[in-house]
Design a protein around this ligand. Structure first.
Ligand SMILES: *Cc1c(COP(=O)(O)O)cnc(C)c1O
Length: 356
Protein backbone atom coordinates (compact mmCIF):
# COMPACT_ATOMS: atom_id res chain seq x y z
CA UNK A 1 0.00 0.00 0.00
CA UNK A 2 2.83 2.41 0.58
CA UNK A 3 3.99 3.79 -2.72
CA UNK A 4 7.03 5.94 -1.95
CA UNK A 5 6.22 9.65 -2.07
CA UNK A 6 8.40 11.47 -4.65
CA UNK A 7 10.68 14.09 -3.10
CA UNK A 8 12.14 17.22 -4.66
CA UNK A 9 14.80 18.46 -2.25
CA UNK A 10 15.40 22.14 -1.64
CA UNK A 11 18.52 23.62 -3.20
CA UNK A 12 18.50 26.41 -0.61
CA UNK A 13 18.17 24.79 2.82
CA UNK A 14 17.43 27.26 5.62
CA UNK A 15 18.11 24.80 8.43
CA UNK A 16 20.50 26.19 11.01
CA UNK A 17 20.78 26.21 14.78
CA UNK A 18 19.11 29.65 14.77
CA UNK A 19 16.11 28.61 12.64
CA UNK A 20 15.67 25.28 14.43
CA UNK A 21 15.85 26.67 17.95
CA UNK A 22 13.87 29.85 17.16
CA UNK A 23 11.84 30.84 20.20
CA UNK A 24 9.02 32.31 18.10
CA UNK A 25 6.43 29.66 17.37
CA UNK A 26 5.32 29.52 13.74
CA UNK A 27 7.73 32.20 12.55
CA UNK A 28 9.84 29.82 10.47
CA UNK A 29 8.72 26.79 8.48
CA UNK A 30 10.88 23.73 7.84
CA UNK A 31 12.46 23.21 4.42
CA UNK A 32 9.83 20.95 2.83
CA UNK A 33 6.06 20.55 2.50
CA UNK A 34 3.82 17.75 1.31
CA UNK A 35 1.18 18.61 -1.30
CA UNK A 36 -1.65 16.60 -2.88
CA UNK A 37 -4.47 17.78 -5.14
CA UNK A 38 -8.02 16.46 -5.36
CA UNK A 39 -9.87 16.58 -8.68
CA UNK A 40 -12.18 14.38 -10.74
CA UNK A 41 -13.45 12.76 -7.58
CA UNK A 42 -10.12 11.54 -6.22
CA UNK A 43 -6.83 12.50 -4.62
CA UNK A 44 -3.86 12.61 -6.97
CA UNK A 45 -0.42 11.41 -5.83
CA UNK A 46 1.25 13.25 -2.97
CA UNK A 47 4.62 14.90 -3.48
CA UNK A 48 7.15 16.48 -1.16
CA UNK A 49 8.75 19.67 -2.37
CA UNK A 50 10.65 22.71 -1.11
CA UNK A 51 8.76 25.14 1.09
CA UNK A 52 7.86 28.16 -1.03
CA UNK A 53 5.14 29.92 -2.96
CA UNK A 54 2.83 27.91 -5.19
CA UNK A 55 0.14 29.11 -7.54
CA UNK A 56 -3.51 29.23 -6.58
CA UNK A 57 -6.53 30.02 -8.74
CA UNK A 58 -7.52 33.70 -8.49
CA UNK A 59 -10.91 32.79 -7.04
CA UNK A 60 -10.53 29.62 -4.93
CA UNK A 61 -13.75 28.60 -3.20
CA UNK A 62 -12.04 28.64 0.21
CA UNK A 63 -11.79 32.43 -0.08
CA UNK A 64 -15.46 32.85 -0.90
CA UNK A 65 -17.33 30.27 1.13
CA UNK A 66 -14.76 29.05 3.62
CA UNK A 67 -14.24 25.36 2.96
CA UNK A 68 -10.97 25.20 4.87
CA UNK A 69 -9.95 22.92 7.74
CA UNK A 70 -6.71 22.19 9.54
CA UNK A 71 -5.02 20.05 12.16
CA UNK A 72 -2.17 20.44 14.61
CA UNK A 73 -0.01 17.78 16.24
CA UNK A 74 3.64 17.18 17.03
CA UNK A 75 6.72 15.03 16.47
CA UNK A 76 9.03 14.46 19.42
CA UNK A 77 12.67 13.44 19.61
CA UNK A 78 13.15 10.00 21.13
CA UNK A 79 15.96 8.87 23.43
CA UNK A 80 17.52 6.73 20.65
CA UNK A 81 17.87 9.78 18.42
CA UNK A 82 14.81 8.93 16.31
CA UNK A 83 11.47 10.71 16.20
CA UNK A 84 7.83 9.80 16.88
CA UNK A 85 4.48 11.34 16.02
CA UNK A 86 1.91 11.63 18.82
CA UNK A 87 -1.53 10.16 17.98
CA UNK A 88 -1.62 11.08 14.27
CA UNK A 89 -4.52 8.62 13.85
CA UNK A 90 -6.63 10.77 16.20
CA UNK A 91 -5.82 13.87 14.16
CA UNK A 92 -6.69 12.05 10.93
CA UNK A 93 -10.03 10.93 12.39
CA UNK A 94 -10.77 14.50 13.53
CA UNK A 95 -9.78 15.97 10.17
CA UNK A 96 -12.12 13.56 8.44
CA UNK A 97 -14.95 14.59 10.78
CA UNK A 98 -14.16 18.22 9.93
CA UNK A 99 -14.13 17.34 6.21
CA UNK A 100 -17.47 15.54 6.42
CA UNK A 101 -19.07 18.50 8.25
CA UNK A 102 -17.98 20.92 5.48
CA UNK A 103 -18.85 18.47 2.68
CA UNK A 104 -15.20 18.01 1.72
CA UNK A 105 -13.49 14.77 0.64
CA UNK A 106 -11.90 12.53 3.28
CA UNK A 107 -8.18 11.80 3.52
CA UNK A 108 -6.66 8.32 3.64
CA UNK A 109 -4.14 7.16 6.24
CA UNK A 110 -1.70 6.62 3.38
CA UNK A 111 -1.87 10.31 2.54
CA UNK A 112 -2.15 11.78 6.05
CA UNK A 113 -0.07 9.48 8.25
CA UNK A 114 2.43 8.05 5.76
CA UNK A 115 2.72 11.52 4.22
CA UNK A 116 3.56 13.04 7.62
CA UNK A 117 6.08 10.29 8.34
CA UNK A 118 7.86 10.84 5.04
CA UNK A 119 7.93 14.62 5.54
CA UNK A 120 9.14 14.48 9.14
CA UNK A 121 11.72 11.86 8.17
CA UNK A 122 13.13 14.21 5.51
CA UNK A 123 13.08 17.28 7.81
CA UNK A 124 13.98 15.48 11.04
CA UNK A 125 16.93 17.83 11.47
CA UNK A 126 14.36 20.57 12.13
CA UNK A 127 13.13 19.00 15.38
CA UNK A 128 14.52 21.37 18.00
CA UNK A 129 16.61 20.05 20.87
CA UNK A 130 15.90 22.49 23.71
CA UNK A 131 13.96 21.33 26.77
CA UNK A 132 10.21 21.18 26.10
CA UNK A 133 10.52 21.72 22.34
CA UNK A 134 9.14 19.65 19.46
CA UNK A 135 8.24 19.83 15.78
CA UNK A 136 4.74 21.18 15.14
CA UNK A 137 2.86 19.61 12.22
CA UNK A 138 0.13 21.57 10.45
CA UNK A 139 -1.99 19.77 7.83
CA UNK A 140 -4.42 22.02 5.91
CA UNK A 141 -7.17 21.03 3.48
CA UNK A 142 -8.97 23.69 1.44
CA UNK A 143 -11.15 24.26 -1.61
CA UNK A 144 -9.38 25.41 -4.77
CA UNK A 145 -12.27 25.03 -7.24
CA UNK A 146 -13.33 28.19 -9.07
CA UNK A 147 -16.98 29.10 -9.22
CA UNK A 148 -19.22 31.62 -7.51
CA UNK A 149 -21.99 29.11 -7.24
CA UNK A 150 -22.58 28.13 -3.62
CA UNK A 151 -21.81 24.44 -3.60
CA UNK A 152 -19.04 22.16 -2.42
CA UNK A 153 -15.87 22.59 -4.45
CA UNK A 154 -14.82 19.95 -6.98
CA UNK A 155 -11.12 20.66 -6.33
CA UNK A 156 -9.11 20.71 -3.11
CA UNK A 157 -5.52 21.00 -2.00
CA UNK A 158 -4.00 19.20 0.98
CA UNK A 159 -0.73 20.56 2.36
CA UNK A 160 1.36 19.50 5.36
CA UNK A 161 3.74 22.11 6.77
CA UNK A 162 5.96 21.74 9.82
CA UNK A 163 7.74 24.22 12.07
CA UNK A 164 9.94 24.10 15.13
CA UNK A 165 7.95 24.58 18.31
CA UNK A 166 9.71 25.95 21.38
CA UNK A 167 8.38 25.53 24.91
CA UNK A 168 5.05 27.42 24.82
CA UNK A 169 3.57 30.00 27.23
CA UNK A 170 6.07 30.69 29.88
CA UNK A 171 3.75 32.61 32.18
CA UNK A 172 0.20 32.03 33.37
CA UNK A 173 -2.72 32.67 31.00
CA UNK A 174 -5.06 35.51 31.97
CA UNK A 175 -8.62 35.28 30.62
CA UNK A 176 -11.64 37.56 30.45
CA UNK A 177 -15.11 36.16 29.76
CA UNK A 178 -16.48 37.16 26.34
CA UNK A 179 -20.05 38.37 26.79
CA UNK A 180 -20.88 39.55 23.25
CA UNK A 181 -19.42 37.14 20.70
CA UNK A 182 -19.66 33.37 20.86
CA UNK A 183 -17.09 30.96 19.43
CA UNK A 184 -19.63 28.33 18.50
CA UNK A 185 -23.24 27.29 18.96
CA UNK A 186 -24.84 23.83 19.04
CA UNK A 187 -25.48 22.71 15.49
CA UNK A 188 -22.72 24.99 14.19
CA UNK A 189 -19.09 24.16 13.49
CA UNK A 190 -17.59 24.44 16.99
CA UNK A 191 -16.76 20.75 17.19
CA UNK A 192 -14.58 20.79 14.08
CA UNK A 193 -11.26 22.48 13.35
CA UNK A 194 -12.27 24.86 10.58
CA UNK A 195 -10.68 28.16 9.60
CA UNK A 196 -13.93 30.09 10.05
CA UNK A 197 -14.09 29.38 13.79
CA UNK A 198 -10.77 31.17 14.16
CA UNK A 199 -11.77 34.11 11.95
CA UNK A 200 -14.82 34.67 14.11
CA UNK A 201 -12.76 34.73 17.30
CA UNK A 202 -10.12 37.29 16.37
CA UNK A 203 -11.93 40.49 17.38
CA UNK A 204 -12.78 39.15 20.83
CA UNK A 205 -9.17 38.01 21.36
CA UNK A 206 -7.79 41.42 20.32
CA UNK A 207 -10.23 43.18 22.65
CA UNK A 208 -9.09 40.93 25.50
CA UNK A 209 -5.44 41.68 24.72
CA UNK A 210 -6.07 45.44 24.71
CA UNK A 211 -7.42 45.04 28.24
CA UNK A 212 -4.28 43.19 29.35
CA UNK A 213 -5.53 39.61 29.07
CA UNK A 214 -4.03 36.75 27.10
CA UNK A 215 -7.31 35.67 25.52
CA UNK A 216 -11.01 35.24 26.20
CA UNK A 217 -12.89 32.61 28.14
CA UNK A 218 -15.67 31.47 25.80
CA UNK A 219 -19.09 30.86 27.33
CA UNK A 220 -22.07 28.96 25.94
CA UNK A 221 -24.05 30.64 23.18
CA UNK A 222 -27.49 30.41 24.79
CA UNK A 223 -26.92 31.98 28.21
CA UNK A 224 -23.28 33.15 28.33
CA UNK A 225 -23.17 31.23 31.58
CA UNK A 226 -21.38 27.91 31.08
CA UNK A 227 -17.64 27.73 30.48
CA UNK A 228 -16.65 26.31 27.08
CA UNK A 229 -13.06 27.01 26.02
CA UNK A 230 -9.98 28.99 27.06
CA UNK A 231 -9.17 30.88 23.86
CA UNK A 232 -8.16 28.12 21.47
CA UNK A 233 -7.67 25.54 24.19
CA UNK A 234 -9.93 23.23 26.15
CA UNK A 235 -10.29 24.08 29.81
CA UNK A 236 -9.95 22.04 32.99
CA UNK A 237 -10.53 23.00 36.63
CA UNK A 238 -9.54 21.34 39.88
CA UNK A 239 -12.41 21.72 42.35
CA UNK A 240 -12.36 19.85 45.68
CA UNK A 241 -9.39 17.87 44.37
CA UNK A 242 -11.40 16.60 41.39
CA UNK A 243 -10.55 17.45 37.79
CA UNK A 244 -13.67 18.94 36.20
CA UNK A 245 -14.07 19.84 32.53
CA UNK A 246 -17.01 20.67 30.26
CA UNK A 247 -18.33 17.70 28.26
CA UNK A 248 -17.71 17.36 24.52
CA UNK A 249 -20.84 16.89 22.44
CA UNK A 250 -20.95 15.02 19.15
CA UNK A 251 -19.77 16.53 15.89
CA UNK A 252 -23.22 17.91 15.01
CA UNK A 253 -24.46 19.17 18.38
CA UNK A 254 -21.23 19.98 20.20
CA UNK A 255 -19.81 23.49 20.46
CA UNK A 256 -16.51 22.48 22.07
CA UNK A 257 -13.58 21.19 20.03
CA UNK A 258 -12.69 17.61 21.05
CA UNK A 259 -9.05 18.19 21.89
CA UNK A 260 -6.64 15.29 21.70
CA UNK A 261 -4.57 16.73 24.56
CA UNK A 262 -7.75 16.88 26.66
CA UNK A 263 -8.56 13.27 25.80
CA UNK A 264 -5.00 12.10 26.52
CA UNK A 265 -4.86 13.87 29.89
CA UNK A 266 -8.28 12.53 30.94
CA UNK A 267 -7.18 9.02 29.97
CA UNK A 268 -3.98 9.29 32.03
CA UNK A 269 -5.87 10.76 34.99
CA UNK A 270 -8.55 8.04 35.00
CA UNK A 271 -5.99 5.27 34.56
CA UNK A 272 -3.93 6.83 37.35
CA UNK A 273 -6.93 6.57 39.69
CA UNK A 274 -7.75 10.28 39.80
CA UNK A 275 -11.44 11.19 39.70
CA UNK A 276 -12.48 13.16 36.60
CA UNK A 277 -15.87 14.75 36.00
CA UNK A 278 -17.13 15.85 32.59
CA UNK A 279 -20.00 18.18 33.33
CA UNK A 280 -21.14 21.73 32.63
CA UNK A 281 -19.51 24.37 34.81
CA UNK A 282 -21.17 27.77 35.28
CA UNK A 283 -18.82 30.74 35.51
CA UNK A 284 -20.52 31.71 38.81
CA UNK A 285 -19.66 28.28 40.20
CA UNK A 286 -15.97 28.92 39.47
CA UNK A 287 -16.05 32.22 41.37
CA UNK A 288 -18.06 30.68 44.23
CA UNK A 289 -15.68 27.72 44.53
CA UNK A 290 -12.73 30.15 44.63
CA UNK A 291 -14.39 32.22 47.36
CA UNK A 292 -14.96 29.06 49.42
CA UNK A 293 -11.35 27.96 48.97
CA UNK A 294 -12.45 24.90 46.96
CA UNK A 295 -10.77 25.82 43.68
CA UNK A 296 -7.24 24.43 43.41
CA UNK A 297 -6.48 25.89 39.98
CA UNK A 298 -7.37 25.71 36.32
CA UNK A 299 -5.57 25.37 33.01
CA UNK A 300 -6.02 25.50 29.28
CA UNK A 301 -5.03 22.27 27.50
CA UNK A 302 -4.01 21.84 23.86
CA UNK A 303 -1.22 20.63 21.61
CA UNK A 304 0.73 23.88 21.57
CA UNK A 305 1.07 24.35 25.32
CA UNK A 306 -0.01 20.94 26.70
CA UNK A 307 -0.98 22.59 30.02
CA UNK A 308 -1.26 26.37 30.36
CA UNK A 309 -2.15 27.29 33.95
CA UNK A 310 -4.65 30.13 34.31
CA UNK A 311 -3.55 33.18 36.28
CA UNK A 312 -6.32 35.78 36.40
CA UNK A 313 -9.93 35.29 35.41
CA UNK A 314 -12.14 38.35 34.87
CA UNK A 315 -15.94 38.26 34.64
CA UNK A 316 -18.28 41.28 34.70
CA UNK A 317 -15.76 43.47 36.49
CA UNK A 318 -14.76 40.91 39.10
CA UNK A 319 -11.22 39.59 38.86
CA UNK A 320 -10.19 36.31 40.37
CA UNK A 321 -6.56 35.35 40.93
CA UNK A 322 -6.43 31.60 40.61
CA UNK A 323 -4.17 29.63 42.93
CA UNK A 324 -1.16 28.25 41.04
CA UNK A 325 -1.39 24.51 40.36
CA UNK A 326 0.58 22.63 43.00
CA UNK A 327 3.40 20.38 41.83
CA UNK A 328 1.43 17.39 43.08
CA UNK A 329 -1.81 18.56 41.46
CA UNK A 330 -3.31 15.71 39.40
CA UNK A 331 -3.18 17.97 36.35
CA UNK A 332 0.51 18.67 36.73
CA UNK A 333 1.28 15.01 37.39
CA UNK A 334 -0.70 13.85 34.32
CA UNK A 335 0.77 16.55 32.13
CA UNK A 336 4.33 15.56 33.11
CA UNK A 337 3.44 11.92 32.45
CA UNK A 338 2.06 12.86 29.03
CA UNK A 339 5.21 14.76 28.19
CA UNK A 340 7.44 11.88 29.30
CA UNK A 341 5.38 9.43 27.25
CA UNK A 342 5.63 11.58 24.11
CA UNK A 343 9.40 11.87 24.55
CA UNK A 344 9.83 8.11 25.00
CA UNK A 345 10.99 8.46 28.62
CA UNK A 346 8.28 6.12 29.96
CA UNK A 347 6.45 3.19 28.30
CA UNK A 348 3.55 3.90 25.93
CA UNK A 349 0.86 1.34 26.89
CA UNK A 350 -1.71 3.07 24.66
CA UNK A 351 0.23 2.80 21.41
CA UNK A 352 0.01 6.58 21.02
CA UNK A 353 3.45 6.99 19.46
CA UNK A 354 4.06 6.34 15.77
CA UNK A 355 7.75 6.05 14.92
CA UNK A 356 9.04 8.01 11.98
C1 LIG B 1 -7.15 22.60 18.33
C2 LIG B 1 -8.06 23.14 19.37
C3 LIG B 1 -8.04 22.67 20.70
C4 LIG B 1 -7.02 21.67 21.23
O1 LIG B 1 -6.99 20.46 20.53
P1 LIG B 1 -5.69 19.53 20.63
O2 LIG B 1 -6.00 18.38 19.77
O3 LIG B 1 -5.52 19.17 22.04
O4 LIG B 1 -4.55 20.36 20.15
C5 LIG B 1 -8.97 23.17 21.58
N1 LIG B 1 -9.87 24.11 21.20
C6 LIG B 1 -9.91 24.59 19.94
C7 LIG B 1 -10.92 25.60 19.61
C8 LIG B 1 -9.00 24.12 18.99
O5 LIG B 1 -9.06 24.61 17.75
Amino acid sequence: MSIPIPITRTTQPRLSEATRESDRFGAVFSDHVLVAEFSDGQWGPAEIRPYGDTTLPVAPLVAHYGQGIFEGFKAFRQPDGGAALFRPDANLARMNRSAARLDMPALSAALFIEGTRALVDLDRGWIPTKEGSSLYIRPVHFATGETLGVRPSDRYRFVIETCPSPLYFTGAVDLITELVHVRAAPGGTGAIKCAGNYAGSLVAASRAQKQGFTNVLWLDSAERRYVEEAGMMNIVFVIDGVVVTPPIGDVDEGSILPGITRDSLLTLLRDGGYPVLERRIAIDEVFAAAAQGRLQGAAGVGTAATLAPLGRLSHKGEVLSLPPLALDSPLVVASRQLDDLRRGKIPDPYGWLVRV
